[in-house]
Design a protein around this ligand. Structure first.
Ligand code: IPE
Ligand code: IPE
Ligand code: MG
Length: 245
């Protein structure tokens, strides 16, 4: 029997939810004197590899930061190329999701996406709706502060309608008002490209996530490094503010 590349992983101690800030596509392309869009194209191949690896390892939730609310302020040509690429990705990867029992979920200000992308997105979500081995969350036109503002508005509406007593508001109920309702908080957050910041991603949800920063640019990120990061995660002691057991 040949050794697998994840023999050192404890399959009983894998994260339930991995979140990734996929960064560095532009620099990957610039280093090769290519248009930034080529970097995004190459980056979509890394997405496929990481989705497949999560599924294979039975990691049930993967959340990918694909486009932020701030990314709308990039040059028009880059935004439009990213939207075209997203549309194409959804179409080509539909088979992967259907064959592998993966449900697609989108979170963010989806109404700001172009009609064609929204249509493809809703079709893919509908077709994969009953899949239950893994959930792939795409953070699209996503910003955590906008999500928090929406949460406050929904709570205020419930209070005003008399459905909620302000005195009963607790941190346990906040998750029900976020885009990530019913999704456990990420156990592990990875950011590629060497930037050590969060860039408006899942601010509430990462309160106790383990964070891993790597210098690798997203288009160069692959299965081997992902498995290495999972091994590193398994070596960490999560204390949640308590003293070691
Ligand atoms: C990440 O790569 C993809 C998106 C933010 C859409 P970037 O496009 O941010 O790449 P860099 O950071 O400029 O290298
Ligand atoms: C964060 O990357 C957003 C995504 C990966 C989609 P950015 O490249 O937009 O973040 P900053 O500008 O470096 O903070
Ligand atoms: Mg970037």
């Amino acid at each position: 029997m040949s050794a697998s590349d994840h023999d050192n992983l404890d399959i009983n101690k894998l994260p339930l939810h991995v979140a990734v800030i996929m960064d560095g596509n532009g620099r990957w392309a610039q280093k090769r004197l290519l248009n930034r869009v080529k970097g995004h194209e190459k980056g979509s191949e890394s997405v496929r590899v990481i989705v497949k690896t999560c599924r294979e390892l039975n990691i049930p939730y993967l959340t990918l930061y694909a486009f932020s609310t701030e990314n709308w302020d990039r040059p028009k040509a880059e935004v439009s190329a990213l939207m075209t690429l997203l549309n194409r990705f959804l179409k080509t990867e539909e088979k992967l999701m259907l064959d592998n029992n993966i449900r697609l979920n989108a979170m963010g200000q989806i109404e700001r996406l172009p009609d064609t992308v929204r249509k493809t997105l809703f079709e893919t979500m509908e077709k994969t709706r009953n899949n239950n081995a893994m959930q792939l969350n795409l953070a699209l036109s996503y910003g955590s502060r906008a999500e928090i503002v929406d949460m406050v508005k929904k709570i205020a509406t419930d209070v005003k309608a008399g459905r909620l007593d302000p005195g009963s508001i607790s941190s346990d109920m906040i998750p029900d008002y976020l885009y990530t309702k019913d999704i456990p908080d990420p156990d592990l957050l990875i950011r590629t490209s060497g930037e050590m910041r969060i860039s408006n991603f899942l601010l509430w949800q990462i309160a106790y996530s383990e964070i891993y920063f790597t210098d690798t640019l997203w288009p160069d990120f692959g299965r081997e490094e992902f498995i290495h990061i999972l091994e590193d995660f398994q070596g960490r002691e999560r204390r949640y503010g308590k003293v070691p057991a």
